[in-house]
Design a protein around this ligand. Structure first.
Ligand code: PLP
Length: 408
């Protein structure tokens, strides 16, 4: 579990040369946009390409039938990654739709309250606003602690019987903060409300145990720290939520039309899925989940923290650069601004040197960014396959840009 400042020692270390050799993109770019989409290992890409070729040769449905066991093992791999059972995993085309299937399924009525966090992701907050406008549900933002992370004590003070849902982001899109997901889980359990965790930026970079967190739903993506193909996402559903929550819309995958006027839901989490899906990327997702477990989530977590801390420390030494990360526990995402250069200019200037970073605009985390008067920031996100030398290369490139923009 992540809610400790010092992570336990990794049981194994990562052979960086081997993982880089297995990642073709490492030879092409300095990739510090892992929070956008990380470079997949060759095993993932090969799986997707081989399956796609097979579909073209024997037919889509026929290829799916032939790969039934491998497709089933993608659920198993994700379940093991999250500390749950395959029946509690739904595979959905992206993290937002996975999140939507949970959120819009929770019954909410006028007067009910939703508690969320200050660093909540835009698409989630937009959904709260829509539901609030439609039905009079109230949205309340849990205050942060002195370090800028969600404050469980403040959350406890807000809890009452009207709170029907706590819905927060584990690692925000715009910085290195890790919110205390398990402490919030304990509160949600004691209050009896539903708990939805957006773990889009945390799965794949740190150990996640849904039982220890105590959430009813956890949504995430494949393409970020899990190194799976784009267009993959998934939803964990607790047994309680499986018993109580209906998907907001359904199809022939979610339910069976048993008589002209009757239907029956599936009993497992796949009732939150679509009938049609991309088999190739789903297989790639399973390979990526197994790959991450083979490397070891504890080892990955230690390695990304090490690299990110090195990056923060070196960036902070560059005149004109301000590192913006908050929280006591910080992850692989490093955010910063430069006094004299716009984030977008930094991104495009670094891209010319084959260095990938991204820009996070205020509109993606409006409440947090407005409170800190940040219109945008640069997001440099590392993964375990990055190297200390790459960190130094990126810092040297940023320092050179700052010198040109503000000489002397
Ligand atoms: C915190 C967070 N939640 C959700 C998402 C949305 O994920 P997806 O694009 O897979 O729907 C993102 C994407 O960056 C994110 O950072």
């Amino acid at each position: 579990m992540i809610e400790q400042v010092t992570a336990p020692r990794a049981e194994r270390t990562i052979d960086i040369a081997t993982v880089r050799a297995a990642t073709p993109g490492c030879a092409e770019v300095v990739h510090f946009n892992n929070a956008g989409a990380s470079l997949p290992p060759r095993a993932v890409t090969d799986t997707v390409l081989a399956y796609t070729a097979r579909e073209a040769l024997i037919g889509g449905y026929e290829a799916q039938e032939a790969a039934a066991a491998e497709l089933a093992s993608s659920y198993e791999a994700l379940a093991q990654l999250l500390g749950t059972r395959a029946r509690q995993i739904a595979l959905i085309e992206n993290a937002t739709r996975a999140w939507d299937m949970a959120f819009y399924g929770v019954p909410l009525a006028r007067g009910d309250r939703i508690l969320t966090c200050r660093s909540e992701y835009a698409s989630n907050y937009l959904a709260y606003l829509q539901v609030s406008r439609r039905s009079g549900v109230r949205i309340e933002v849990i205050p942060d602690d002195a370090d800028g992370a969600l404050d469980p004590a403040a959350a406890a003070r807000l809890l009452d019987r009207d709170v029907k849902l706590i819905s927060i982001t584990h690692v925000p899109t715009n910085g290195g903060l890790v919110n205390p997901a398990a402490a919030i889980g304990a509160l949600a359990r004691s209050a009896g409300c539903y708990y939805l965790l957006d773990a889009c930026q945390s799965v794949g970079q740190m150990p996640i145990d849904v039982e220890a967190i105590g959430c009813d739903f956890l949504s995430s993506t494949g393409r970020k720290f899990l190194r799976a193909p784009r267009g993959t996402g998934f939803l964990y559903v607790s047994e309680r939520a499986l018993a109580e929550i209906e998907p907001p819309f359904i199809d022939g995958r979610a339910a069976t039309w048993t008589a002209p006027e009757r239907f029956e839901f599936r009993r497992d989490a796949r009732r939150f899925e679509n009938w049609e899906f991309n088999c190739a990327t789903r297989l790639g997702l399973g390979v990526a989940a197994r790959y991450a477990r083979e490397i070891g989530l504890e080892a990955i977590w230690q390695r990304v923290q090490l690299l990110a801390e090195r990056l923060r420390a070196r960036l902070a030494q560059i005149p004109g650069v301000q590192v913006c990360d908050q929280g006591r526990i910080r992850c692989a995402i490093v955010s910063f601004v430069c006094r004299s250069i716009a984030p977008e200019v930094i991104k495009t200037s670094l891209a010319r040197q084959r260095i990938n970073v991204s820009v996070s605009d205020a509109a993606w985390t409006r409440i947090d960014m407005d409170a800190r008067a940040l219109p945008a920031l640069v997001r440099a996100s590392v993964h375990y396959y990055n190297t200390e030398e790459e960190v130094d290369t990126v810092c040297a490139a940023v320092a050179a840009l700052c010198r040109v923009a503000a000489p002397g």
